[in-house]
Design a protein around this ligand. Structure first.
Ligand SMILES: [Zn+2]
Length: 149
């Protein structure tokens, strides 16, 4: 990225004086957690990258692309490097579980398959890596109710 592009990137985030977050306000997809920017730090090509990942890379340098960039502030819009930390997939899942939104890992197709499945909640939970209570709520249509059949 050129210095101009980097300045443009940071310029698309709005500081939140209450939380200290730097909130990405440019391009959102499905509200959470996909915020994309058309530059890639690693190879310089235009491509969609999550804004908070790019922010982390700009602040701290290149990092293992297999690692997740997680939020200490629990604000998915935030790209403040002070609120970002690296974690592996396990840390990401634990982080999501602790924040009660592990369910975002399930795709719409997963939700439909869970609704249609005759397997036990425990077996489905193990298969999809979510808590059986999440499976139950999906089957009872208390979770992911907006997913069409
Ligand atoms: Zn933040």
């Amino acid at each position: 990225m050129t210095p101009k592009a980097i300045a443009g990137f940071w310029g698309k985030a709005i500081p939140n004086p209450e939380t200290g977050c730097l909130e990405w306000a440019y391009e959102l997809r499905r509200n959470y957690p996909c915020y994309y920017v058309p530059w890639d730090l690693v190879d310089g090509k235009n491509r969609h990258t999550r804004a908070h990942r790019l922010a982390y890379g700009l602040a701290y340098g290149p990092f293992d692309p297999d690692l997740h960039v997680l939020h200490s502030c629990d604000n998915p819009k935030c790209i403040s490097p002070n609120h970002l930390f690296l974690g592996d997939n396990t840390a990401n899942i634990q982080d999501s579980v602790s924040k009660g939104r592990r369910w975002t890992k399930l795709s719409d197709d997963d939700v439909r398959a869970i609704r249609a499945s005759g397997e036990s909640q425990r077996a489905l939970g193990r298969h999809y890596g979510v808590d059986p209570s999440t499976i139950r709520k999906i089957k009872q249509r208390k979770r992911r109710v907006y997913v069409p059949d």
